[in-house]
Ligand binder design. Structure first.
Ligand SMILES: Cc1cc2nc3c(=O)[nH]c(=O)nc-3n(C[C@H](O)[C@H](O)[C@H](O)COP(=O)(O)OP(=O)(O)OC[C@H]3O[C@@H](n4cnc5c(N)ncnc54)[C@H](O)[C@@H]3O)c2cc1C
Length: 317
């Protein structure tokens, strides 16, 4: 029988959310705890998603779920999208289309320029939520264990659970599987172990990917579908939300009258805001793949903890 869950409210989301105050790095059996001035919040993703949908619906958005959408054609005035709901296909036509399909690729249909392609050697992500929060971790910490084949972030989330998300080299993940690969990184780093319970691990497509074109002919691509890099302190949601808000003026202008300059302006805005922060993230995770860089970074942060705060602020500013 389907369990009836309490309806999410904004108050409940905030009550269940936990402010992040420290960035606690574990590496090579040593650890540093760095204060985060504007550390963000650990939120329950399903609650937040439900509230976003509800909010959109209250403003007139029609939400079809589950649905599969695919860009199909364009003529001089309208773009077409095929939407399949309950096995029945319908074609919707609109002046402007926004592709926001995450790291998946099917929404772009045959339009290769909007499809996301992954970078060579990109790491893969895995995620799990444990029902217990180990006493050795601290609430309000974003703990990060850095190993030789990736890194794993651990956070206390509502209802005393532990959220674990890792970026891992493909070969390690294939050889060991998610649980053993994450355990190995945690051990190498000297971080407290995971709770002894069975969890379901969720995998992701390659974590560094991007579309060749993020705006063209009345189509905009946003969020992970536009571009994503291996996250460092959990920036993905922030970038996706910022992109959703940021694309609005361009969409409004395009719905009024499409001009190629609108695409040009959006690309420029995206480069200056989201892509600029992703570039820093990419450099950090690329650097951390090399042992000497990891060692130097660790020493630098021990001597100058303010460095981390400045980096986190730049990533999330
Ligand atoms: C395992 C994992 C852990 C993460 N942990 C964090 C974290 O701790 N902090 C953080 O900030 N970020 C995290 N992220 C990243 C964050 O989830 C994403 O950056 C963010 O959700 C991107 O938002 P989006 O709207 O672009 O895509 P998504 O949130 O992926 O949304 C895309 C939606 O489109 C739907 N869709 C796809 N194709 C179609 C189609 N053809 N038709 C209809 N619908 C379609 C999908 O089902 C999905 O609902 C994590 C990601 C993963 C995968």
């Amino acid at each position: 029988m389907e369990q009836l869950l309490p309806k999410p409210t904004v108050e409940k989301l905030w009550n269940d959310s936990i402010p992040l105050k420290n960035f606690h790095i574990f590496h090579n059996r040593r650890s540093i705890a760095l204060a985060m001035d504007e550390g963000g919040w650990a939120v329950d993703r399903s609650q937040m998603d439900s509230l976003l949908v509800e909010n959109a619906q209250s403003r007139g958005v029609e939400f079809l779920s589950p649905a599969k959408a695919k860009l199909t054609a364009c003529d001089s005035h309208r773009r077409s999208v095929e939407v399949i709901v309950d096995g029945a296909a319908q074609t919707l036509r609109a002046k402007v289309i926004i592709i926001a399909c995450g790291l998946g690729n099917q929404a772009a249909g045959p339009f290769e320029q909007f499809q996301s392609t992954s970078a060579q050697n990109s790491r893969l992500g895995v995620e799990a939520v444990f029902d217990t929060f180990p006493a050795d971790y601290r609430s309000g910490d974003l703990a990060m264990a850095i190993g030789s084949h990736g890194y794993v972030g651990l956070t206390h989330i509502g209802n005393d659970r532990l959220h674990v998300a890792a970026a891992l080299d493909r070969a390690t993940l294939q050889n060991l599987g998610p649980q053993a690969a994450v355990d190995q990184m945690i051990q190498q780093a000297g971080a407290p172990g995971l709770p002894q319970s069975n969890v379901t691990w969720r995998g992701t497509p390659p974590l560094t990917a991007g579309a060749a074109s993020i705006a063209e002919d009345q189509v905009f691509v946003i969020g992970d579908a536009a571009g994503y890099v291996e996250p460092f302190t959990g920036e993905g949601l922030r970038w996706a939300l910022e992109n959703g808000v940021g694309v609005a003026p361009f969409v409004i202008a395009a719905a009024d009258r499409w001009q190629p300059q609108i695409a040009e302006d959006y690309r420029l805005w995206y480069r200056r805001t989201i892509a600029a922060r992703q570039k820093l993230c990419r450099r950090l995770s690329h650097g951390l793949k090399r042992a000497p860089v990891r060692w130097v970074a660790h020493q630098a942060l021990r001597l100058r903890p303010a460095l981390a705060d400045s980096i986190i602020k730049q990533l999330n500013s």
